[in-house]
Every structure is written in C-alpha cells, then in structure tokens.
Ligand binder design. Structure first.
Ligand code: ZN
Length: 189
C-alpha cells in the first residue's frame, strides 16, 4: 500500500459532544493511500483521499477478543474527498484506515511511540478547551512512518456522522503504544 500524508495546519478545532473530528487540509498535500489490489475488485479509482480523522475510546474493533484503549479512524473518499454514496462509487461510499493504541502494550515499539505517537498527541493540544488552533496536527508524520501496513479488511458502516454504510474498513494489525497521560486526555473530551 502506498501512502502520502501531510500534517494538518491552520485548522480551528473545537470538541463537543459525542463526536470529535479533525478535517484534513484538502488543498495542501495529497493525503491519500492507494491499494492497487483493490482496483480489480472495485473497478474504480484505487486512490483514497483523506477527509477527516476521529477516534473511539475504547476501540471499536477487537483482536481475538481483546479491546484496546484507543482507535483512530482516518476517513477517506475518492475524487475530491467529498461524501459519496456506494451507488456512484463502485460499491463503496468511502474507506477507513484504523489504528489501534493501548497503554498496556509492553511489546509495542517504544522508540516509534516517542518519535511519532507522542508528538502527534502533543500536537493536538487535547487539554485545550473551547475552540483553538494548533500550529500543526502531526497525523501525516505518524501515518507516513507506519512500517507495517498489514491490515484486516472488511465492509462495514461508520458509527459516527455521516454514518455512511458500505465503508471499506482497513484496520492496521500493529497495536501502537500510547502514554497513559495521553489516553486520559482523550477520555476527557
Ligand atoms: Zn470511527
């Protein structure tokens, strides 16, 4: 799988209620992944462009019965990254890349956490309240650095707005470590 993501800059954030999402700057970097093997199944573009990311605590997905502390979903659409229906897009309304994180991940890559995970969560400035504008949300640095893109793939629905059905889910099999102080911030939002 090929990936190319930029960080999110100059984006005003405000946390409210059940759902918190951060939009990508679609006019900046391409923010896409391509999975060529899907082309033949889908008979449409193999390029997925990121629209937004959001998260769930605990994880929505489990691995062999284990639930994890945090799951980030990066929601993608084809073309200009606008919301689409499955009917006009080869059977898929969109695609999600999912990343699992856990505090008690003793087998996790601590160096990777310090270099890419901690800076991402620091950059989100999650302890701010009201509306605020972080200098840069380092989601691109994190995604571009992921080394193992092995993933579970299935078709499901978004549980957060726009709650589209027929979403091509790709859950990365690596479980990343997260600091307990960061997890506490996610839980407070
Ligand atoms: Zn989600």
């Amino acid at each position: 799988m090929n990936v190319a993501y930029g960080n999110i800059k100059d984006m005003e954030l405000k946390w409210s209620g059940y759902t918190s999402t951060i939009e990508f700057n679609n006019d900046a970097r391409p923010n896409y992944f391509s999975a060529p093997q899907n082309y033949f199944d889908r008979k449409t573009s193999s390029i997925w462009r990121a629209k937004q990311f959001h998260w769930h605590t605990k994880s929505e997905h489990t691995i062999e019965g284990s639930q994890y502390d945090l799951e980030i979903h990066v929601v993608h659409f084809t073309g200009d990254a606008v919301y689409q229906t499955a009917e006009n897009n080869g059977g898929y309304a969109g695609a999600v890349l999912g990343f699992l994180f856990d505090v008690n991940n003793n087998n996790g890559d601590v160096e990777f956490r310090k270099t890419y995970v901690d800076p991402l969560f620091d950059s989100m400035e999650l302890d701010k309240t009201g509306s605020y504008k972080p200098a840069e949300v380092k989601i691109g640095d994190f995604m571009n650095a992921v080394r193992n893109w092995n993933r579970w793939n299935y078709v499901g629905s978004l549980t957060t707005p726009p709650c589209s059905e027929s979403i091509n889910f790709n859950i990365i099999t690596t479980v990343f470590p997260i600091r307990d102080t960061d997890l506490a911030k996610f839980k407070k939002i």
